[in-house]
Write a protein that binds this ligand. Sequence first.
Ligand code: HEC
Ligand code: HEC
Ligand code: HEC
Ligand code: HEC
Ligand code: HEC
Length: 222
Amino acid sequence: MKSDAEPGRFVFPAWTNLIRPALAIVLVTLPAYLVALVWLGGSPKTTDVGYRPEQPVPFSHALHAGQLGMDCRYCHTTVERAAFAAIPPTQTCMNCHKQVRANSPRLLTVRESYASGLPIPWVKVHDLPDYAYFNHSAHLRAGVGCASCHGRVDTMEVVQQVHTLSMGWCLDCHRNPDPHLRPPELVTVMDWVAPGDPAEHGRRLREAAGINPSVDCWTCHR
Ligand code: HEC
Ligand code: HEC
Ligand code: HEC
Ligand code: HEC
Ligand code: HEC
């Protein structure tokens, strides 16, 4: 676009004349918008609750984590140490499925992946926007159970998202974590319930461990 501005100096091109008042309003009200957003508890949209993509293998958590009673960490090995909860490599499945149901057609994709060395193309269920930072290990160390955020995965044939993962959802718990705290060694026990009043039980755990979730913007936007 041709411009008569001095070199090196930025000017709005002429076509923005029409929208300049609108731009000004947006810029002037932006801080108020942010304050309102935070005050109201974040984005109102209920993101993807119930999202339940079809997976390339009919893998059932209800069977493996429920009926067979496998601990979440057998497969999601990094969840207590890292920000990210690893999805297991095909080798983990083949620890059993070399023998168990070794010829089942429902495991064909698993066997092919094992033979070719190419990973199974699992579809991601939960996905925060890149500008939001999340960390599993910090939550598990503090004693927030998997079920508090993912629901009863041990009863799901196909994993689905049960909470919004919106900023308001994060902040609700950061402001009042007590009802969600348990002894950290029990984070994967899916049917755990607090002995007595959950808020009171959690309050004692929080005070003993000095847990104090931050609501500062840079905790989650870095
Ligand atoms: C035998 C291995 C295995 C065990 C045990 C297991 N998982 Fe998984 N998990 C997987 C695989 C494979 C996937 C990816 C496919 C899928 O979504 O079903 C997955 C996906 C997930 C997801 C969705 C990840 C995403 O894409 O957002 C969650 C949440 C999850 N598991 C939680 C758990 C919890 C909680 C437990 C314990 C109660 C558990 N898992 C036990 C293998 C396992
Ligand atoms: C600790 C052992 C173990 C591990 C590890 C394991 N499974 Fe299984 N899996 C089983 C058992 C036991 C069954 C049930 C077999 C039966 O019903 O006779 C089963 C059944 C299945 C079935 C149903 C098979 C059919 O013919 O109906 C699928 C699919 C499956 N597993 C996928 C996986 C995948 C994918 C992984 C890795 C993420 C995995 N399993 C890891 C033990 C295991
Ligand atoms: C405080 C809430 C919270 C707790 C507790 C929690 N998760 Fe998650 N989980 C999340 C969020 C949020 C995501 C999406 C992360 C992203 O997209 O960056 C996620 C993603 C995942 C994924 C997909 C891989 C990944 O890291 O993005 C798996 C698998 C998973 N969680 C398993 C587990 C298991 C197993 C436990 C318990 C041992 C657990 N989670 C506890 C909130 C939680
Ligand atoms: C059910 C309760 C709960 C939910 C839901 C929750 N958190 Fe937390 N969060 C905590 C607790 C408890 C801590 C640990 C605070 C401590 O150790 O002082 C924590 C700590 C953190 C930390 C600090 C990690 C570090 O590096 O020290 C981050 C980042 C964080 N949460 C992000 C999130 C995000 C993003 C979400 C929403 C997607 C979320 N949390 C949802 C309870 C929760
Ligand atoms: C405990 C974690 C956490 C804290 C603290 C936090 N945010 Fe967020 N924020 C999130 C998550 C998660 C999302 C993404 C929500 C989504 O996907 O809808 C988000 C989204 C946003 C968005 C995008 C708005 C939208 O409509 O989706 C803005 C703007 C924002 N945050 C600003 C802030 C400001 C300003 C602060 C500090 C006052 C703050 N956040 C503190 C977790 C947090």
